[in-house]
Design a protein around this ligand. Structure first.
Ligand code: NA7
Length: 546
């Protein structure tokens, strides 16, 4: 239970979450001279990287840019050891940041937020923590830093409580680790997480059964140690790297080839894909400009990857099941992998297609499919993803000044202005909220931009004597419309099973949630909004300028 002195319950700002977003937000709030506290459910910092400790957990962005850029000394003093950082290394980095900037003294760990209610005048928030003897805090501004992928999605399968073995969700992996040596393990899900976990688990299990509902594309990560020379070169080039990131579509330091895949000759195209495949990583998407805009262009990449799967997987029937056919490459979040497809060449790994024969129930011995076949398992691993973007906010379910909850306001789907604010919920900021570019980008890039923008906004309120800010419903509606248009200009909304659309959570409104108009364009819009006196927001206060 949180230990907060009675006199320590009134803050300028309360931040919820101590991952990349919450840590930097606290740092910026301090810089503004504001009193702030971060409330964190976990016992340590890290957010996503605190919870996701499953075997193989690793970031798909490359380490030299999956980090903060706000402090040049921090950039220089931290040295990453691999091309893609493993979970413990990212956690260690965030621990280092927390210590270096002395952040822990204003973070309350093991503190669950159980309620948030706006004051009747919309000039503050009351935040409830814990249950029973939990404390109540009050603040002027409430800032959510809860991440996009923190609300675990465990499928509602009948009989789970009857399972005789152990079961786990990858996003809530036990910190002591799970020994799967010699055990028969089932993995449900072949998204980015399943694709990372399967090869790692297969190293230890007696038998691994992978239950696949949707076959997925994956590009080899080509992970490896970062040499001293590489680290030195990145560090020397950071200003340029940051410039490329800022001007990019996804916050990655890649320049997208401006040629159309359809303009290239067949051999030229195959060579380009082959080179991108060999180089590895998410950069594969940058091979041609229209891979996410034109179906025919996309199909050239999709088919190239299917060919590689056929080449890697020796058993033709297994290879056939692994071929993604119901969506184009990268229209769902594209995983990258280390020997994922190769793992199916092991005798002790079985792929089960649960699209044609769905999981019907969990039984004591394992999983029963509709056909009646039972797969016997000692352990069941749900790599079944998250109630993404809206889930973490709806689990907080703040209530506005008139008592309307976010759940009620978003019954037909989320609405936000810039992904950062919600009309009807004054003095609330939502870092990486729905309709921000968030999950379509390198997350630290979006997070730093959002935090900087919020800090600038708070400074503006202070300078203009305002103590209340609220998004205008019309600005919010227009932003939602712009988001729809931006998404519809791409192939992304066409992937029917995408969590970008909420399709992975039964009953969730089908709305394309991340902003697909590009990172650089989003940043320009946010900058313009601020420059134009926070266009689309209403601000007022006792000393507010007219
Ligand atoms: P994802 O990408 O949502 O993947 C979840 C996987 O689990 C996906 O293959 C789902 O199939 C599958 N799934 C979900 N529910 C079920 C049920 N009930 N039965 C069978 N299969 C199911 O989550 P991840 O954790 O892999 O990745 C999330 C993000 O984290 C990732 O994109 C990165 O940004 C980091 P489906 O495709 O829905 O048919």
């Amino acid at each position: 239970m949180v230990d907060i002195e009675v006199g320590d319950r009134e803050f300028d700002a309360v931040v919820i979450g101590a991952g990349f977003a919450g840590l930097y937000m606290l740092h910026r709030l301090r810089g503004l001279g504001m009193s702030a506290v971060v409330l964190e459910q976990a016992a340590g910092v890290g957010g996503t990287w605190y919870w996701n400790r499953y075997p193989g957990a690793r970031c798909d962005s490359e380490s030299y840019y999956y980090c903060y850029s706000f402090d040049r000394e921090l950039e220089q003093e931290w040295t990453w050891t691999e091309r893609y950082p493993r979970q413990p290394e990212i956690k260690a980095y965030l621990d280092h940041v927390a210590d270096r900037f002395d952040l822990r003294r204003d973070i309350r760990f093991s503190t669950e937020v159980t309620g948030a209610r706006a004051d009747a005048d919309g000039r503050g928030w009351t935040v409830e923590t814990g249950t029973g003897t939990g404390v109540t805090l009050h603040c002027r501004f409430l800032i959510t830093a809860v991440g996009c992928l923190s609300a675990a999605n465990v499928p509602d399968l009948p009989g789970l409580e009857t399972f005789a073995g152990r079961w786990f969700h990858t996003g809530r992996w036990p910190h002591a680790g799970v020994d799967v040596t010699g055990r028969r393990v089932g993995v449900v899900g072949t998204g980015s997480t399943g694709i990372q976990a399967v090869p790692a688990l297969a190293e230890d299990t007696a038998h691994l059964t992978v239950f696949q509902r949707t076959a997925n594309y994956s590009i080899p990560a080509r992970n490896g140690p970062l040499t001293e020379a590489q680290s030195r070169a990145y560090k020397a080039d950071y200003r340029h790297i940051r410039e490329v990131q800022a001007a990019s579509t996804n916050g990655h330091p890649f320049v997208i080839n401006q040629q159309s895949a359809l303009e290239a000759g067949e051999q030229e195209r195959t060579d380009a894909y082959r080179a991108a495949w060999e180089r590895g990583g998410l950069r594969f998407r940058a091979t041609y400009r229209d891979l996410l805009a034109d179906e025919a262009a996309n199909e050239t990449a999709s088919e190239f990857i299917r060919e590689r799967i056929r080449e890697i997987v020796r058993d033709p029937a297994t290879a056939e099941k692994l071929l993604p056919r119901d969506h184009g490459f990268a229209t769902k979040r594209p995983p990258i992998d280390t020997h994922y497809f190769e793992t199916y060449n092991r005798d002790d790994v079985t792929l089960v297609d649960v699209r044609s024969d769905p999981i019907e129930a969990v039984v004591a011995e394992g999983l029963r499919l509709r056909s009646g076949v039972v797969h016997e398992l000692d352990d069941l691993v749900f790599a079944t993803g998250f109630d993404a973007l809206t889930g973490p906010l709806l689990r907080l379910d703040p209530a506005g000044p008139d008592g309307t909850t976010l759940g009620e306001a978003w019954r037909a789907g989320p609405r936000t202005y810039l992904g950062l604010a919600v009309s009807g919920f004054p003095n609330l900021f939502t870092i990486t909220g729905p309709f921000s570019p968030s999950v379509l980008t390198n997350m630290p890039s979006s997070i730093e931009q959002h935090v900087d923008w919020i800090a600038g906004c708070l400074e503006h309120l202070r300078d203009t004597g305002a103590d209340r800010i609220e998004a205008d419903p019309e600005a919010e509606r227009a932003w939602g419309e712009h988001n729809r248009e931006a998404a519809d200009a791409t192939l992304l909304p066409r992937a029917a099973t995408s969590w970008y659309l909420g399709a992975n959570v039964p009953g969730k409104p089908s709305v394309f949630m991340p902003y697909a108009g590009g990172f650089a364009r989003y940043v320009t819009t946010c900058t313009d909004v601020a420059r134009e006196g926070y266009r689309g927001f209403h601000t007022d206060g006792p000393r507010a300028a007219a």
